[in-house]
Design a binder for this molecule. Sequence first.
Ligand SMILES: CNc1ncnc2c1ncn2[C@@H]1O[C@H](COP(=O)(O)O)[C@@H](O)[C@H]1O
Ligand SMILES: [Zn+2]
Length: 357
Amino acid sequence: MLELCRELPKIELHAHLNGCVRDSTLLELAKLLGATDVEDVILKKGRSLKECFQLFDLYHILTTDHAILTRITQEVIEDFASENVVYLELRTTPKKNEAKGMTKRSYMEAVIDGLRAIDTVEVAFLPAANSENLIGSLPNDITHNETQRKKIFVRLLLSIDRRETTAAAMETVNLALEMKDMGVVGIDLSGNPEVGEWQTFLPALQHAKEKGLPVTLHCGEVPNNKEIHSMLDFYPQRIGHACYLEEEHWKKLKASKIPVEICLTSNYRTERISTIKEHHFADLYNANHPVSLCTDDVGLFSTDLTKEYDLAASTFGFNKEEVFQLSRNVIKFVFADDDVKRTLAAIYDAAEKRFMP
Ligand SMILES: CNc1ncnc2c1ncn2[C@@H]1O[C@H](COP(=O)(O)O)[C@@H](O)[C@H]1O
Ligand SMILES: [Zn+2]
C-alpha cells in the first residue's frame, strides 16, 4: 500500500513552510550559525505540543532570512512534488526582521522567489490570468515517466500567528489581498493554541471574509470550548485539527459541513490522541463529513503525505478504491479557482485508469 500511496496523486492543504524544512538543511544552517549543540534537538523524535513551539522559535532563528527562505521554499516544493503531490497549499507566517531589513512583504517576496527558482519540477503558482501557460499544459501529459519533470500546482496561505496583535493580523490580511495575483489564496490562523485570544484576531479575519478571501483556522488543538464555539460561528471555509470538540460542537461541525484538515501523525506525536485508531478522522469519515489528510509539518514530524495516506489505509482498512476516492475528494476543498479544480479532476481521471484499470 505504501507504494500505491506514493504513486497516488495527492493534494496537500495543510503544511507549514517552516515545519517542512529538511532536517539536513536545518543542520547545515545551524552549523553555519555555529549552533552545533542543536543537532540532538532537531533530530529528536518525540515532540510535545509545547516542544513544537520552542522548536519553531529555533527554526525561525535559522530560516528568517531572504535567501534562506527562497531556498527552503524551493526544497519543500520539490519534496512534495517528488511524492506526487499535484496541488499544494503551502502556508507560512510573514515575519518582520529589522536586522535583516525584512518586512512581511519582502518575506513573502523571498518565498515567491523560491517558487520561481525551481527548475527540477514544473510549478504553476499564478492564477490563470497571470499564468505562464503551465495550466493548459498540465492535464494531458501528466505521466509517470521518470524522465519527465513532475508537475505541481502551488498556492499560498498567509498565516496569522496567535502571538500577533490585531494590527499585525490586519497587516497580514491586507498583504494577502495585495498578493492575490501572486498565488496567495487565503488566510490561516495558527501558532501556539495556549496563546492569544480569538477576539484579537477576529477583526482581521472578518476583514478577510468581507473581501472574499477564504480562511482556515487551527481549531480545537487544545480544549477551549468558548473559542471553538466562536470559531464555528465564524464559519470559516475550512478548519484544521478539531481534536477537542464537545458533543454540542461536534454536532455543529457536522451540520456545518466545514471541511476538516486531518493531521494524523501530528496529532499523535503531540499527544492529542493516544492511538491513531481512536482519531476522530474515523467518525468524520464514516459520517461522510468532508476531510482531507494532511501532514502539518513534514520535517518536524518526520512524515510525508504518502505516509499519511498509508497510515490511514492500514489503520482504517481502506482498499485501493477508497484511498483513491479519499484523495480525489479533496479537489472540492482547495482554495484555488475552478480552472485549477477542473485540471485536478482531469489529473485524477487519468490516474484512475492507471490505478483501477
Ligand atoms: C503542530 N501543530 C501546530 N499548531 C499550531 N500552529 C502550528 C503547528 N505547526 C506549525 N504551526 C505554525 O506554523 C509556524 C511554522 O511555519 P511558518 O513559520 O509559518 O512557515 C509555527 O511557528 C506555528 O505558528
Ligand atoms: Zn498546522
